[in-house]
Design a protein around this ligand. Structure first.
Ligand code: PRP
Ligand code: MG
Length: 183
């Protein structure tokens, strides 16, 4: 796996430090509230798992399965909600978590859907933002890092459903982005 990496863009250490900072901000914002996290599958899984273990009080947690990319590096522009969250969020303080906001189509669709369930508040939190390709005015309330136009993988982000388990954010070698990916 690591042999496919051309360069590390955000290191494991940088991510760990940022998560401490982010969790302290979130603790201040959401303590004493009925805080509900809705994480967007699959990309948010690693970020979510590491982040919530910094939270010293109980949270409510559910997931929503949304997909836009398919097996490509280019967004299809349409977002499918494959499986919706199950818990009651009416009157709750909801934070949507995802790995990356790119075109913004996924986050826009998910936030619009969740709003219909009348949460007390609704905010979003992403590990990465790639603002160069945004197709709407979506701006996450909390964002850990900005990235450039390179297609990045790791820490939850995939290419052809691989590399999600890299502990850092990286760019792959050119040959890995060809049709069949690296062997
Ligand atoms: C990726 C990523 C975000 C979304 C961002 O998910 O995890 O959810 O695309 O792109 P956008 O801002 O252009 O909509 P993807 O649909 O590839 O599914 P995955 O999370 O299962 O990898
Ligand atoms: Mg996703």
């Amino acid at each position: 796996m690591e042999k496919d990496v051309a360069r590390v863009v955000i290191s494991e250490k940088q991510i760990k430090e940022k998560l401490v900072e982010l969790s302290n901000t979130l603790i201040n914002t959401y303590q004493n509230k009925e805080w509900t996290i809705i994480a967007i599958l699959n990309g948010s899984l690693v970020f979510l798992a590491d982040l919530i273990r910094h939270i010293p009080f109980s949270i409510r947690l559910d997931t929503i399965d949304a997909s836009s990319y398919g097996d490509s590096t280019i967004s299809k522009g349409e977002v499918n909600i494959i499986h919706n969250f199950k818990i009651d969020i009416e009157g709750k303080h909801v934070l949507v978590i995802d790995d990356i906001v790119d075109t913004g189509n996924t986050l826009k669709k998910v936030l619009a859907d969740i709003k219909k369930y009348a949460p007390a508040s609704l905010k979003s939190c992403v590990l990465l933002s790639r603002s160069g390709r945004r197709q709407n005015k979506i701006k996450p309330d909390y964002c850990c890092f900005n990235v450039g136009d390179d297609f990045v993988v790791g820490y939850g982000l995939d290419y052809n459903n691989k590399y999600r388990n890299l502990p850092y954010i990286a760019v792959l070698k050119d040959e890995c982005y060809r049709r069949n990916g690296c062997p």
